[in-house]
Design a protein around this ligand. Sequence first.
Ligand code: GTP
Ligand code: MG
Length: 200
Amino acid sequence: MHISKADFVESNTDYKKCPPPFIPEYAFIGRSNVGKSSLINMLCLRNGLAKTSSTPGKTQLINHFKINDAWFLVDLPGYGYAKTARHQREKWNRMIQDYILNRENLMNVFLLIDSRIPPQQKDNDFIIWLGENGIAFSIVFTKTDQLTKLKLETSIRTYQQTLQREWKQLPPFFITSSDKKTGRDELLNYIEECNKNFVQ
Ligand code: GTP
Ligand code: MG
């Protein structure tokens, strides 16, 4: 899919105030600093569209971007950053969960996992929560430019084995690097396919 247009629409704290849900929507979620905002910029080929930072906790709101005037990408705050105050973390968690459970045009949640580190309890908990609530999701491995091919393969296999303990069927997964633009075509093709299933 060719991206001809990518516009920031607005930021919200409440899913009820988000833009009208008349076009398909895709949200990026994952632990703070995993690379959600960077991935959105990479998909749109627009550095600075979504705000990134080497300090975790940069994205604090539900941010809507309209792509090709036809679908939304949504950048969400990260979960599980220990240095964020507890009340703030709880507020973000509630905001994210309310958004995911209630946003009617949400086609798929892309759950981002840092390919450099072993499976984390917080990610597993979040995956279980998505499954229990019947939310369609895919797994996106990030920062794969920082691993050798062999380490990357081992890391992904370990992750799949962890998931297989809980799930009969594995969700779709994508291997990405925002630095190297790896996985861009695969993600955009997937979104293009999902867009065809949108029923208003
Ligand atoms: P929060 O908004 O704080 O939850 O973080 P985020 O998940 O949006 O992460 P963000 O995109 O801001 O990136 C965090 C850091 O990781 C930044 O320093 C990025 O430059 C770096 N980063 C993101 N993607 C990649 C990647 O593919 N490769 C490498 N090497 N670094 C990356
Ligand atoms: Mg961010």
